[in-house]
Structures are given as C-alpha cells and as structure tokens.
Design a protein around this ligand. Structure first.
Ligand code: AMP
Ligand code: MN
Ligand code: MN
Ligand code: MN
Length: 287
C-alpha cells in the first residue's frame, strides 16, 4: 500500500454509535463508493462500533484504522482528541471511554431543564428518539429534535441560539483530561491527533499551550485537512504541523447526508511537504 500524502484517507467520521445518522456498515459502503482508500470511524467517546467497522471495511476490501474522538476539558474549554490505530480491546481505553461517557445522561437532563425554561418542553425525551446509543446522548441529538420540532430551521441555528456557552440549553461539563486521553490512545498502540484545531477560537498563546502540553503527554498528530477548516486553515495548520514536527491527518468529520457540508473522501489531499499520520501507522492498518 502506498502511504503517500496523496492517499484518499478519511480518518474522521461518526455513526449512529455516537451522533452520526448512518450505521458503521452504511458508512463503510459510502466511503468505498466515494473512493476512500483508508478509512476510520471515530465516534465520540465510543469504540462500540469498531468491530463492525473493521468487518464491514474488510468485506469491501477497504483498508481500515481503528478510531475514536475523545472529548477533553483543557484550560476550561472543550478540545477533541482523535485516536487512530489503537487496540480497541485495550481495557484501559475501554474503561476510560466508559467513564468519559458517564455524565452524559445527567447533563442531557439539565440541558432539557434549561430548554424547558425558555418554552421548549420535553426535550430530553425528544432528543432520546434520535439517539442510537443510550450511553451517548449528545447536543447533536437535541439539535435534531429542535429542528424537526420546528423550533429552528437548521442544526447550526440550534447551536447558535440554544446549545453554546451562555445559551439556555448549554450545560458545562467536565470531560477527560488531555493527559488521560492521549495516554489511553498511546498505551493502546495508537497515535493521538488534535482534532480540527481551527475550531477552538484559541489565542496563539492558548494554541501553543495546547500543542506543547499535548506533545509532552505523547501526542503526535494534528488534523490539517478537515471538514471543519477553511482552505486558509489547511495552509495554516500545514505550517503548524511542520513547525512542531507533528504528523498530519485528514478527515471529513462526516455525520449525516442531510447535515454535513463535506462528504466522505471529498476533501483536497494533504500538501506534499507534510508527513501523513498513516505513514506512521502502516502496521496498524486492518486489511
Ligand atoms: P457534545 O459532545 O454532546 O457536546 O456534542 C458535540 C457535537 O455537536 C459535535 O461533535 C458536533 O457534531 C456538534 N456541534 C458542535 N458545535 C456545532 C455547531 N456550531 N453546529 C453544528 N454542530 C455542532
Ligand atoms: Mn459530532
Ligand atoms: Mn469534534
Ligand atoms: Mn467529529
């Protein structure tokens, strides 16, 4: 397998096991049809879909890396860390993710209470109807309920009006620590990657602190080409990857045919000057 930057790798997407709307099997089929050459399913705080993804990819002759996207609290903010190529049966990883998912139900009940106060009753039960995995009720499920219930026109509007810091349905939450998330991934044989760094609205000083602490804990990668970045950010984070000696990753962050702006396998390739994260994971690829 040629593991150059030109490989059509898509190493970030979500299934019904977290907040996507397609099954792992449907995603595998969609990735294959789109010409993806190396795929990873990266459900939020969950690896319950990994064996299904491995089996579905193998049936399609689609090379596969195990994946997850871990919610982390860093400097009082939420940062996402993608893990790639780890052993999805590693007990520490399984337990760590279980604990990270743990507070989601009570958080969701508090979110619903906040929404009830602004005239939106029944949001917990409403959101639950969209949930594929009872351990993973997320803001995305509330957003789908609010759109289908006619409270908002689309998912981005729900986040703007109701689900972001300071808005009635937002509840602060303590997620995994950066040290733990990077450690679980690394000790399970995988590589930790900073997800969509352009999305955090960090100052240059805060971003520097995130990257240096992440690397101090053993993190080695950063998403450069992602559905969450603008074309300008593809260039900017390519420079960041080179400056810090980080491996570069690429992924659509696809959630749903109806909601996602970027489909599987359709983003531009990584710039040739980068070292792709998949070049360091050759031994971890499921064929
Ligand atoms: P949670 O893990 O429950 O906090 O939910 C986070 C998820 O909400 C992310 O993974 C995205 O799928 C989605 N999300 C976050 N912010 C936005 C936004 N501004 N517009 C649309 N979806 C968003
Ligand atoms: Mn999501
Ligand atoms: Mn994310
Ligand atoms: Mn994601």
């Amino acid at each position: 397998m040629n593991l150059a930057t030109t490989l059509n790798a898509d190493l970030h997407c979500h299934s019904v096991v977290s907040d996507g709307t397609l099954t792992p099997e449907a995603l595998a089929g969609r990735a294959k049809a789109a010409g993806v050459e190396l795929w990873s399913l990266t459900d939020h705080d969950e690896i319950g879909g990994q064996q299904r993804a491995i089996d579905a990819a193998r049936a399609l002759d689609l090379p596969y890396l195990t994946g997850t996207e871990i919610s982390v609290t860093f400097a009082g903010r939420v940062v996402h860390i993608v893990g790639l190529g780890f052993d999805h049966r590693a007990p520490e990883m399984v337990e760590g993710l279980r604990a990270t998912r743990g507070g989601r139900e009570s958080r969701a009940r508090e979110m619903a209470a906040g929404l009830a106060q602004v005239g939106i009753p029944g949001a917990f039960e409403g959101a639950l109807k969209y949930v594929g995995n009872p351990e993973l009720i997320s803001r995305t499920h509330f957003a789908r309920f609010l759109v289908d219930g006619g409270f908002c026109n689309d998912v981005p509007e729900v986040f703007r009006r109701f689900l972001t810091d300071g808005k009635p349905g937002f509840v602060p939450h303590k997620w995994a620590s950066l040290k733990d998330a990077v450690g679980w991934i690394t000790r399970a044989g995988g590589i930790a990657v900073i997800a969509h760094p352009g999305r955090y609205d960090f100052t240059p000083t805060e971003e520097y602190a995130l990257i240096t602490e992440f690397m101090a804990h053993g993190g080695r990668g950063i998403e450069v080409v992602t559905g969450s970045h603008t074309a300008a950010e593809f260039g900017r984070y390519a420079d960041t990857a080179i400056e810090f000696g980080l491996l570069a990753s690429r992924g659509s962050d696809f959630h749903s045919p109806e909601e996602s702006r970027v489909d599987l396998g359709t983003l531009p390739p990584l710039a040739g000057r980068l070292t792709p994260v998949w070049a360091a994971l050759a031994e971890r690829i499921h064929h």
